[in-house]
Write a protein that binds this ligand. Structure first.
Ligand code: PHE
Length: 334
């Protein structure tokens, strides 16, 4: 009975002290355990009263622990709300997303909505995934030392020149139907200017199924440009890529409203944002897909180009300089 008084009188603000109290009464080697163990030795005529007392002790100890725990927790919460009262009243400066990330995420959202998933692969690639599987013969100019950063030759290890390499990996590991986009950083040994850089970002897309047509490709691109730019005037110019046949360059019509538009589109209002085409049967074969049964389309576009139009950035180098005066301007887009 005197323990009951002790329990009722107990109070603390301290978590550790509360824990000591809990262990003393309710712990696996605590007092209550002993009392319950002693119960069987209590003479029968006293069993009833003894039982009542230890049950009361148990519930009051439990309630005490619970109520102190709750008080302590709510105190901590209050402290969280008011925080550190000595802190400066100046707002905390937070960063902003990089414009490339903003645009890349927008592209991912648009394609996710029409059933494409996102696939990723390594930036350091081997010859097979970057070139050979993509039907790029050994003498192809894109393999030239001028365009590719080689890390090692024989066997070749290089910085991927496009994210088509990810599509090869994806086809090797997945069976059709395939709808995937591969966003990522790519590297080309090019002279740096206001319009091109040795590092840039691409989003490439791949769609493989039965009876895919060029019209499907065009509609997909039209849908994309409409979502991305609010308009969808595009031009597919016949072109050549070793991995697609037929192939085309994708131009979008942006117009000439500002001086930056003139600069980016070289005064034409049109901007090439990437390439596309129907996947060459040889590529499917190389990746373990039967071209008799399946076909598909692929496209690839430059994220920087799109970001330059949308945000009126006249010089591609701005993206990589990390000048906070530039980066800060994208705060509203988080
Ligand atoms: N891989 C090409 C490039 O980097 C783009 C492309 C992708 C073209 C898919 C056609 C089909 O330029």
């Amino acid at each position: 009975k005197e323990y009951i008084d002790q329990v009722q009188a107990f109070s603390t603000q301290d978590k550790a002290e509360l824990e000591t109290f809990r262990i003393k009464f309710l712990g696996s080697k605590g007092l209550l355990k002993d009392f319950f163990a002693a119960f069987k030795d209590v003479p029968n005529d006293q069993k009833k009263e003894f039982g009542q007392v230890i049950n009361l002790l148990k519930t009051s100890a439990e309630e005490k622990v619970k109520s102190i725990q709750e008080t302590l927790a709510s105190k901590e919460e209050t402290k969280g709300i008011f925080g550190d009262l000595t802190r400066s009243s100046e707002p905390v400066i937070i960063g902003s997303r990089h414009p490339i990330s903003i645009v890349k995420n927008q592209i991912i959202d648009i394609f996710s909505n029409i059933g494409f998933n996102v696939s990723e692969g390594p930036e350091i690639e081997d010859d097979w995934h970057n070139f050979t599987a993509l039907n790029l013969p050994e003498y192809h100019p894109a393999r030239d030392m001028q365009d590719t950063f080689f890390i090692q030759t024989n066997p070749d290890t290089l910085l991927r020149t496009h994210t088509s390499s990810v599509q090869v990996r994806y086809m090797e590991e997945n069976k059709p139907p395939i709808r995937t986009i591969s966003p990522g950083r790519v590297f080309r040994n090019e002279a740096i200017s206001s319009r091109s850089h040795c590092i840039f970002h691409q989003v490439e897309g791949l769609y493989i199924d039965n009876e895919v047509s060029f019209a499907d490709l065009k509609q997909t691109l039209l849908h994309f440009t409409k979502e991305m730019f609010g308009k969808s005037k595009i031009r597919l110019r016949p072109s050549y890529f070793p991995f697609t046949e037929p192939s085309a360059e994708i131009d979008i019509y942006w117009g000439l409203k500002t001086e930056t538009d003139y600069r980016i589109t070289k005064g034409t209002g049109w901007l090439e944002i990437g390439g596309c085409g129907m996947v060459d049967p040889n590529v499917l074969k190389n990746c373990g897909i039967n071209p008799e049964e399946y076909n598909g389309f692929a496209f690839g576009m430059g994220v920087e180009r799109i970001a330059m139009l949308l945000y009126q950035i006249g010089d591609i180098r701005m993206f990589y300089e990390n000048d906070v005066r530039f980066l800060e301007q994208f705060k509203a887009n988080i």
